[in-house]
Design a protein around this ligand. Structure first.
Ligand code: C2E
Ligand code: CA
Ligand code: CA
Length: 271
């Protein structure tokens, strides 16, 4: 195809190069999106299952392409992680979520995801304080979600960050609980306020006695430790009833509400 008198030796490096090229393209798109604010916030309600519980919501980020199309987190977060862009993305989300939360009716409370890289970001505490001062948001209305993978290898640092932000009024949730290999070790060492039971367990609660027992046990252990529980990926009404009967504190999932663009969520959640 390249014409006569040419020899082209194909090697695995060629494939590797094209993988790198698309990855470099992804990285420069993420950088450009950060520079031009081409991200937007979605919110998904977390509903109380017990009387007196406070509704709150999780902030979920989406990237916008040049045409305004939505790119889901799973399509850009892995590349952002490999190229150390997560601390910048987490800060973008904190800045914009704080500013939007400060405009909501009093008592509205949101949960913001923190990546593993941000758990080690030594400037994060200062950044949170600066953003709080800039918009006047009440930090009592802010919860941060971290996964045990985020805490791997930085257990002491993660615990210190949690404690420092809790002193300022923020709360913490341990996300995807039970999905990892040593969840209980992390639960023991991280002073979180909430345990989010991983969605993979919720799928089985109606049919599998094992998974029902696992959810019940996680719920019980969390309660003994003085923590509240959130079940994620709750899709069916029967799952909701089952979780309520178990005494789980909160539910999140398509059965409670899909993630909605900030403006839509806001219109549906006026005081
Ligand atoms: P996650 O923190 O576990 O968030 C829950 C994900 O499950 C969300 O996907 C949500 O849309 C989806 N989900 C909610 N309810 C249901 C349900 O009933 N069934 C099913 N099958 N899925 C449900 P999303 O928004 O695509 O986010 C995926 C992941 O990307 C998040 O998982 C989180 O790890 C990461 N992520 C999203 N936004 C941010 C962010 O602002 N910062 C950071 N650091 N990570 C984020
Ligand atoms: Ca989360
Ligand atoms: Ca989760």
């Amino acid at each position: 195809e390249k014409g006569r008198n040419r020899i082209h030796l194909y090697s695995d490096d060629d494939a590797e190069l094209s993988v790198r090229q698309t990855e470099m393209e992804a990285v420069s798109r993420i950088r450009a999106a950060l520079e031009h604010d081409r991200f937007c916030l979605y919110l998904q309600t977390i509903a109380p299952l017990k009387p007196g519980g406070q509704a709150h919501a999780e902030v979920l980020v989406r990237m916008l392409d040049e045409q305004g199309g939505l790119i889901p987190p799973m399509a850009f977060i892995p590349a952002a992680e490999r190229y150390d862009l997560m601390p910048l993305l987490d800060r973008w989300v904190i800045r914009h979520a704080f500013a939007a939360l400060a405009q909501q009716p009093p008592g509205t409370s949101w949960a913001i995801n923190l990546s593993g890289a941000s758990v080690c970001d030594e400037g994060l505490l200062e950044y949170v304080l600066a953003q709080q001062r800039a918009c006047g948001v009440a930090l009592e209305n802010v919860c941060f979600e971290i996964t045990e993978t985020a805490a791997v290898g930085n257990l002491a640092q993660a615990a210190a960050l949690i404690q420092n932000l809790q002193t300022l009024g923020c709360r913490f949730a341990l996300d995807d609980f039970g999905a990892g290999m040593s969840s209980f070790a992390y639960l023991k060492h991280l002073p979180v306020d909430y345990v989010k039971i991983d969605g993979s367990f919720i799928r089985g609660i109606l049919h599998s006695p094992t998974e029902r027992a696992m959810v019940e046990s996680i719920n019980q252990i969390a309660h003994v430790m003085g923590k509240q529980t959130i079940a994620e990926f709750v899709e069916a009404e029967a799952e909701l009833a089952c979780l309520r009967a178990m005494g789980v504190d909160y539910a999140q999932g398509y059965g409670v509400g899909r993630p909605q663009p900030l403006s839509e969520w806001q219109a549906a959640n006026k005081a």
